[in-house]
Ligand binder design. Structure first.
Ligand code: ZN
Length: 159
C-alpha cells in the first residue's frame, strides 16, 4: 500500500502537526504564500488527500475529482479519531519535522552543539537523549517531557 499523503486547509494546522509527528508527509496551506487558498487547494498537490473542514471546498473538490476528506470535528483529538476510520495510524515516529515536514536525521555533534548553544539547552542533552535534527529549521528533537505528554495524549485517543 502506498503511504497516504495529505494537505491540510487553514483550519487544520494542529491536525497537520500530528500527522507529521506520526510520519505522514503532510503539507499545510498556511505555509504557502497564496492569494486564494481554496483555488490553490483545488489545483495543487492533487496527488495528496485534501483534509478540509470547509463543506463548500469539499463538494467543489469532489466535483473536480480531487482527493478529499471532510473533517467535521473542532477538537483535534476528535479530528484524529475521524482519520482513524480511513486507516491513519497516530504514533510518534520521529521521522518528520512537525514544523516544516522535512525528514529528520541524526545530527552531527557539531550541529547538535550549535543548536544546544543557540537555544541555551544544557549540553547534557547530548548524553541523555537520542537526538534527531531538522536541517531546514535547525531544530533538535528528543524524547523528553514533551514526548511523554504526547504519548499520554495518544493514549487518551484510544479510549
Ligand atoms: Zn523543520
Amino acid at each position: 500500500m502506498v503511504e497516504m499523503k495529505f494537505i491540510c486547509d487553514r483550519m487544520l494546522g494542529k491536525l497537520a502537526v500530528w500527522l507529521r509527528i506520526s510520519g505522514y508527509d503532510t503539507l499545510y496551506v498556511g505555509d504557502f504564500e497564496t492569494e486564494n487558498e481554496d483555488e490553490f487547494l483545488l489545483k495543487n498537490h492533487t496527488d495528496r488527500i485534501l483534509l478540509t473542514k470547509d463543506r463548500t471546498l469539499f463538494s467543489k473538490s469532489k466535483k473536480v475529482g480531487r482527493l478529499v476528506h471532510l473533517i467535521t470535528s473542532n477538537d483535534v483529538a476528535d479530528q484524529m479519531r475521524e482519520l482513524l476510520d480511513i486507516g491513519v495510524k497516530f504514533q510518534i515516529v520521529m521521522d518528520r519535522c512537525s514544523v516544516c515536514n522535512e525528514l529528520l536525521r541524526k545530527p552531527s555533534i557539531e550541529e547538535a552543539l550549535a543548536v544546544i548553544r543557540e537555544q541555551n539547552f544544557g549540553e547534557d542533552l547530548l548524553e541523555k537523549y537520542e537526538l534527531w535534527y531538522c536541517e531546514k529549521c535547525k531544530k533538535l528533537y528528543w524524547m523528553g517531557s514533551h514526548w511523554v505528554n504526547m504519548v499520554r495524549f495518544l493514549k487518551k485517543l484510544e479510549d
